[in-house]
Design a protein around this ligand. Structure first.
Ligand code: PMV
Length: 342
């Protein structure tokens, strides 16, 4: 009975071209490719203490407190990864985890959490001689994907690309790849997450992906996402900020329009989400700043702006945007390097 310990800090990420919808009859295979900025400050730190044992036992501590509600999701995750790393299907897992941001706030805690855990497991696999260093990040991303699709991208910075796409060399539906063929303006781009609604989401992304099945617009959407990946590649390379703004905002609104056209339909935006969008648009119109927004599967706004505009953007946030945030709360973040071992 040997015990192994590993700790990783893994960030959240924010998709620019969104993953929304899975391929049928497969486990966590995306209907379209996606690409995201890997964040820096919004992260999950996880320490895994794994003890060999003939049966499976999972205990999760969130900020030091036992969190039984996480166990089922982790057990499902373990059952999904067992074909890749067979040793994982048994053993005693003590998972001590903490987030730098509120749980289920619409910030992808599943992305940072699942990628952090996947990395810890891969570390232990290396120590046990069941994984080589060469395949480490790729396997970690594949494992993370089986926990939460978007988690596959969090392993890598400054950007992660997930899903087979002819314009992205080495891309795969099984795991994400690091993407760094980007103009310097994007390598330290800023993202302030404006916390509109910190409570639990009414519809989880797992349910949301499934509701797409009866959506009449999906085929057009999947084709559009593929085209947008092509456009995004060129934009990221050239630094064409106007084209960036147009594509990123369109992707965000398309994601939410897919939710509104699902059966049953649902809305994750709140009135303040729209107030914030209007305020950002008005500012852009008035002062010409190259600032924009995106959304993930929640009400919060990700306010995106270049590093060179940081001071002006921060003033705008505290003077004009904070009033629409729940308790005036927001989190400053920026593009980061990806997950790090602790
Ligand atoms: O990884 P999931 O199943 O939580 O889905 C995430 C979906 C979006 O955040 C809305 C988009 C994306 O690509 O991250």
């Amino acid at each position: 009975m040997k015990t192994f310990i590993s700790s990783w800090k893994s960030p959240s990420n924010i998709a620019l071209v969104k993953y929304w919808g899975k391929k049928p009859n497969a486990v966590q295979i995306p209907a379209n490719a996606s690409i995201s900025f890997t964040l820096s400050n919004c992260a999950t730190t996880t320490k895994l203490t794994y003890t060999e044992h003939e049966s499976l036992a999972v205990k999760v501590l969130l900020d030091g407190n036992e969190e039984p509600s996480f166990v089922e999701k982790i057990e499902q995750f373990i059952s999904r990864i067992a074909h890749i790393l067979p040793f994982t299907s048994t053993g005693i897992y003590l998972i001590e985890t903490s987030n730098s941001f509120p749980h289920s706030s619409g910030i992808a805690s599943s992305a940072s959490g699942m990628s952090a855990l996947a990395l810890c497991i891969c570390d232990i696999a290396v120590e046990k001689g069941e994984l080589t260093e060469n395949n480490f990040k790729r396997t970690a991303s594949e494992l993370a994907r089986l926990g939460s699709g978007s988690a596959s991208r969090s392993v890598f910075g400054p950007m992660g690309e997930w899903g087979l796409h002819h314009d992205y060399a080495g891309s795969s539906d099984q795991f994400a790849i690091a993407y760094d063929d980007i103009h310097p303006i994007f390598s330290d781009f800023c993202d302030t997450i404006l916390l509109v609604h910190k409570g639990q989401k009414t519809v989880s992304s797992t349910v949301g992906h499934g509701l797409l099945d009866n959506n009449p617009y999906v085929e057009a959407r999947f084709a559009q996402a593929g085209e947008n990946m092509t456009k995004m590649k060129a934009i990221l390379k050239s630094g064409d900020i106007d084209a960036f703004i147009k594509l990123v905002e369109s992707e965000a609104l398309t994601l939410h329009s897919l939710m509104m056209s699902s059966d049953p339909y649902f809305i994750l935006m709140k009135p303040e989400t729209l107030r914030l969008i209007e305020a950002i648009w008005a500012k852009r119109e008035k002062d010409g700043f190259k600032w924009c927004f995106t959304l993930d599967a929640g009400a919060n706004i990700h306010f995106l702006y270049p590093q060179s505009d940081k001071q002006a953007a921060h003033a705008f946030i505290s003077n004009e945007l904070a009033q629409y945030c729940e308790n005036g709360a927001y989190l400053h973040d920026e593009v980061g390097v990806g997950a790090v071992k602790i």
